[in-house]
Design a protein around this ligand. Structure first.
Ligand SMILES: Nc1ncnc2c1ncn2[C@@H]1O[C@H](COP(=O)(O)OP(=O)(O)OP(=O)(O)O)[C@@H](O)[C@H]1O
Length: 225
């Protein structure tokens, strides 16, 4: 579904990703780890078609990124559930409307969509915050809202950048469990995280693989979970 082939990315003369090859297929669950600044977000942005590499090829749903128009890239992104580290919300809209945005931008929102949004909000513990304006939410609440918004349109794959960074342990486990449940239904997940305890907690629940980024290189520590 996503293929990176010998991809290289640098910023200001500094190599961040060097000759990285990676493939995300149906059913895969990958944790992406590595020190701060190792390039985890950069790799996720490549997977989302949000940037182009200096060298190498990115394919999204089988199509070379280099041959996709910006509309085609946006179309590919709509098929993905992307949880950014700093998901932006529209501050003047109540949370429920923010979560419904992926639907609103495509057309009228019907009662079923609204019910799905409310279910997801309840699941992530935001059922009591439906009318809240985003600036009044805590960091952890915003993160859970970001997850709900990414998952609402039933994406074909999930890319999540430190989705548990602001969450307590219980909520982190809950979020992990939701991603694992989705994965069991076949949705591939690529999740960047620093949290090795969370990776260990996943071990009995999912056949996940660990990718480690260091010095621009990607290594797979399949048995290290
Ligand atoms: N648009 C950009 N312009 C210049 N440098 C950038 C840009 N994006 C990322 N970088 C640099 O590339 C490196 C990798 O950044 P990236 O955000 O991918 O790392 P990360 O592994 O996600 O870090 P963290 O765990 O702290 O979020 C960093 O040194 C960062 O400063």
């Amino acid at each position: 579904m996503i293929d990176l082939s010998q991809v290289t990315v640098g910023f200001g003369g500094r190599m961040v990703l060097a000759d990285v090859t990676f493939s995300l297929q149906p059913g895969d669950f990958f944790f992406l780890t590595g020190p701060s600044g190792a390039g985890k977000t950069t790799l996720l942005r490549l997977c989302a078609g949000a940037m182009t590499p200096a060298e190498g090829e990115v394919r999204l749903f089988g199509r070379p990124l280099s041959e996709m128009t910006s509309d085609a890239r946006a179309g590919a992104r709509r098929r993905m559930g992307i949880v950014y580290q700093d998901t932006q919300f529209l501050d003047h809209l109540p949370l429920e409307e923010n979560i419904l945005l992926p639907f609103t931008v495509r057309g009228p929102v019907d009662a079923e969509m609204r019910a799905q949004a409310q279910d997801l909000m309840t699941w992530v513990g935001l059922g009591g915050h439906r009318a809240a304006l985003p600036p009044t939410l805590s960091g952890g609440e915003r993160q859970r809202a970001a997850l709900a918004r990414a998952l609402l349109p039933a994406p074909e794959l999930v890319l999540a950048d430190e989705p548990t960074g602001n969450l307590d342990w219980e909520m982190s486990l809950k979020l992990l469990t939701l991603l694992i449940e989705l994965n069991r239904l076949g949705t591939p997940v690529l999740m960047a995280t620093h949290d090795l305890a969370l990776i260990r907690a996943a071990k009995p629940m999912v056949n996940a693989r660990v990718l480690r980024l260091k010095d621009g290189k990607l290594t797979q520590a399949g048995a290290a979970l």
